[in-house]
Design a protein around this ligand. Sequence first.
Ligand code: NAD
Length: 246
Amino acid sequence: MDFENKVVIVTGGTRGIGLETVKAFYENKATVILFGSREETVNKAVEELKTENINIEGYYPNLNNYEEVEKVFQEIHSKYGHIDVLVNNAGISQKGPIENIKAEEFESIMNLNVNALFNTSKVATKYMKEQGKGVILNTSSMVSKYGQPSGVGYPTSKFAVNGLTLSLARELAPFNIRVNAVAPGITNTDMVKSLPKEMITPLIETIPLKRIGEPRDIANAFLFLASDMASYITGVVLSVDGLARS
Ligand code: NAD
């Protein structure tokens, strides 16, 4: 795949799936811009990538502040002249029974996992419409298919991600802007690495492909959906989960 001269923004690019997505696009010649939540973590990720000969820029706008998002996109657009691909990847999860979840906690998960996507997608749409093309990719989850037995905010937010994906895909198709999502299964990021083996082994047994996903599995799906090979694909939530959703 060739993303030469394409500008790709990846939110939540400092670690896990986002960081691997940054690397994958860079390896395929894209100009990649990483967003993270804090200056410190963004600088650390950018410096670490430099040691791997990956030279990219990082920003840390508050994704829930529309004006801040607008300003950063404006800065990127005036520097490169176009914004081709937006990967909305930043997200947080939630644990516990509903009685233990505070209203503010429910609100904060919806803020990052859903409202932030509205902000970045709205700003990106403006530039993509001017260009007459663009790709917006969202990160859903396998739990967006059937819910989960605790932490109600997380699957609720990912059902909303699917809704936003399908609706924006319909709205933006006439402007040659494709909108798709990837729904990862359990993926080997820091969160999963910290879980005890006794918990992971039985989980793997329930996955038909008998392994958990690697961040590169998800990054590859983003690459494909962003590429011209997927030029007739929009409004899709692509499961990348070893069939764990069933
Ligand atoms: P992670 O915790 O390793 O990384 C999350 C990223 O989001 C980080 O780069 C972080 O900087 C960013 N982020 C967190 N809070 C933020 C905030 N307030 N503002 C801006 N950025 C913020 O997570 P991950 O496992 O790589 O997950 C990435 C995406 O994939 C998420 O949307 C997650 O819901 C989804 N997902 C992950 C799994 C999994 O098993 N890891 C499964 C399904 C879906």
